[in-house]
Design a protein around this ligand. Sequence first.
Ligand SMILES: [Fe+2]
Length: 162
Amino acid sequence: MQRPKTTTTSQTHGNTIAARLGASRAAERYLAVRAQTELLIKPLSAEDCQLQSMPDASPAKWHLAHLTWFFETFLLERFEPDFKPFDPAFRVLFNSYYKGVGEQFARAQRGLISRPSLDEVLAYRRQVDERMLALMVQTEQSRDAGDIWDLLSLGLQHEQQH
Ligand SMILES: [Fe+2]
């Protein structure tokens, strides 16, 4: 499977974050970024979050799930012991850009994804957040710590850029 590429610069950046912040500060940063995303949809109803205003712009609900898909696919699937996907269908529904991960649902039709519901997508976020926090606690002892901090940093920047 194709993974997002990490550069020497991001490697250094990831290691710097880990060294400077440690798992608990990394977790704080993770939760702050995730909370900021959900603040953006606070004024919106579930129906608002379903709307796709144009073929190139994805619905808010899709963004919420896709950002979570990144952490599930590139961190949990690779580093979580006994990984099980929240829902195997999400791998295709919320994939974007990453051809190496496999099939993608057509961008122009994302407004037609009536299920999972917004509540289910928010439950997906909660579950992945809990699993990510557990992963961060284990990371300080992990020989994959450098890769994990790099991908975590990439995932948070990805979430902020959306
Ligand atoms: Fe993305």
